[in-house]
Write a new protein. Structure first.
Length: 393
C-alpha cells in the first residue's frame, strides 16, 4: 500500500478532506499533517487523525510565514513515529518549505508532488515581493516530480510563462467525489411553483465581497422574484461584517456549512442556478479557476451563471450550458432574469442534463488511477527540463 504524507495548508478546508478521501479510496494510506485555520467539524475525516503543525490566520501572510518557520523547527518531533512515506504531497507554497524539511528528515529518494489549486496574487506581483516568492517556490519545488493543478488556465497564464517551474502536470479538476456504487441519480428540473421565486445558490468558500454586494443588490431589485441562498464557509477576513450584511439584505439568506460530498444533492436541489462567478483575485486567479461549485451545480442540475472572458465561461460555452453575463452587475443579472421563463429554464436544463455526468465526477476508478500515477513516481522520473514538462500525465 502506498503511504502518502499529505501536508495541508488548512486542515479545516473541505477540499483537503476531499483529497484525502480520494487518496484513501484509491488504495493509499494517508498521514495528514498541516495547519489549523478556524473550526470546521464538517471537514473531519473518519479514520484519519491529523497532525496539527500550528495555527494560521486567513489573509495574514506574515503570520503564516512565521508559523511555517516554527513548524519547520518542530517537524521532527511531530513526525516522530510516523513511518517513512512513499510520496510527499505539499498543498500550496507554504507547505513546500515543510516538505523539503520532511524529505530531509526521512532521507532517501521520496518523490515530492506540488499541489497548487490557486495562484496567490502575491505570486503575480511584479515587484520585489513577487520575485522573492517565485524564487522561493522555485527553490522548494526544484526536486518535485509532479505538479497537480485544477485548471489548464493556471498552466497557460502562470506556471508556464511566469513560475520558472519545469514540471510534468497532472490536471485534477475540482470534480465531485462520488464513491457510492449506486448509480448517480439524474437531476430533475425544479420549476418554482406559481408565485414562488427563482433561486440562485452561492455555495462553498464564500470569500468574494464583490459577489456578495452584487447578489444583494440584485435580490433587492428583483423584490422577491429571485432569492439568493448562501451556504458554506465565509472568509470573515474579507468582509467588514458578513453576518450583519446578510441579515439586513432582503431575499438573501445564509444557511451555514454543509458536508461535501454527502449533502450536495440536497442543497443544490433547492436552487435552479449556481453563482459560478468570483472576483476575489479579479483578472488573475478568479479569471483562471474552475471552481468546485461549477462541477457540483452541473452534476445536480443547477444551471451555472458565469461572466464572459473567464475560464469558467469558456468551459460552459464550449458545452452550451448555463448562462454568461457580459459583465457581472446587478443590472445584467436583472436583464437575464427578466427573460427567464419556464420554457427558457426547461430548455437550458435539458441541455445540461444531457451532458455526460462523468465530466462532473471523480469515482473510485479515478481514485485508483490517481494513486497508481502517484505510485509510479520515482527519483529517476525527473521533472527538470524533461520533454514531459507542462504536459498532462
Amino acid at each position: 500500500m502506498t503511504h502518502v504524507l499529505y501536508l495541508a495548508h488548512d486542515l479545516s478546508d473541505p477540499a483537503i478532506r476531499r483529497r484525502v478521501l480520494t487518496l484513501i479510496a484509491g488504495g493509499a494510506q494517508v498521514t495528514l499533517a498541516g495547519f489549523r485555520r478556524g473550526e470546521n467539524q464538517l471537514a473531519d475525516i473518519e479514520g484519519v487523525r491529523p497532525i496539527a503543525l500550528g495555527e494560521t490566520a486567513d489573509g495574514k501572510f506574515p503570520q503564516r510565514v512565521k508559523a511555517v518557520v516554527l513548524a519547520s523547527l518542530s517537524l521532527g518531533g511531530k513526525l516522530q513515529g510516523i513511518a517513512r512515506p512513499d510520496i510527499v504531497i505539499a498543498r500550496n507554497l507554504e507547505m513546500l518549505a515543510l516538505a523539503k524539511r520532511a524529505l530531509a528528515l526521512y532521507g532517501g529518494d521520496i518523490p515530492l508532488v506540488y499541489e497548487c489549486l490557486d495562484i496567490h496574487r502575491l505570486l503575480l506581483n511584479q515587484g520585489k515581493v513577487g520575485k522573492a516568492l517565485n524564487a522561493a517556490q522555485h527553490y522548494f519545488a526544484r526536486d518535485a516530480k509532479l505538479l497537480m493543478t485544477s485548471s489548464p488556465a493556471f498552466v497557460e497564464h502562470y506556471f508556464k510563462p511566469i513560475s520558472g517551474l519545469d514540471l510534468p502536470v497532472l490536471l485534477q479538476e475540482n470534480k465531485v467525489l462520488a464513491l457510492d456504487t449506486v448509480t448517480q441519480e439524474k437531476p430533475h428540473p425544479r420549476l418554482p411553483e406559481a408565485g414562488q421565486p427563482w433561486k440562485i445558490g452561492w455555495f462553498g468558500a464564500l470569500r468574494c465581497r464583490k459577489s456578495l454586494e452584487i447578489l444583494a443588490a440584485f435580490a433587492r431589485e428583483m423584490d422577491g422574484k429571485v432569492e439568493v441562498i448562501l451556504r458554506g464557509r465565509p472568509a470573515y477576513s474579507e468582509f467588514s461584517d458578513f453576518d450583519g450584511f446578510v441579515k439586513n439584505a432582503p431575499h438573501l439568506h445564509f444557511h451555514g456549512p454543509y458536508k461535501n460530498p454527502e449533502q450536495l444533492a440536497s442543497i443544490y436541489n433547492e436552487v435552479q442556478f449556481t453563482w459560478a462567478i468570483d472576483f476575489f483575485e479579479e483578472g488573475q486567479n478568479s479569471s483562471w479557476l474552475l471552481p468546485n461549485r461549477l462541477y457540483e451545480g452541473c452534476l445536480h442540475g443547477a444551471l451555472p451563471i458565469a461572466v464572459t472572458g473567464t475560464e469558467t465561461a469558456r468551459f460552459i460555452q464550449k458545452r452550451n450550458i448555463g448562462f454568461t453575463l457580459p459583465d457581472a452587475t446587478a443590472a445584467n443579472l436583472a436583464a437575464l432574469f427578466s427573460t427567464m421563463t419556464p420554457e427558457t429554464y426547461s430548455a437550458a436544463f435539458e441541455t445540461l442534463a444531457a451532458q455526460d455526468e462523468k465530466q462532473w465526477l471523480t469515482d473510485r476508478d479515478d481514485c485508483r488511477l490517481l494513486v497508481h500515477k502517484l505510485s509510479n513516481l520515482t527519483k529517476s522520473a525527473s521533472g527538470h527540463a524533461s520533454e514531459a514538462a507542462f504536459s498532462t500525465v
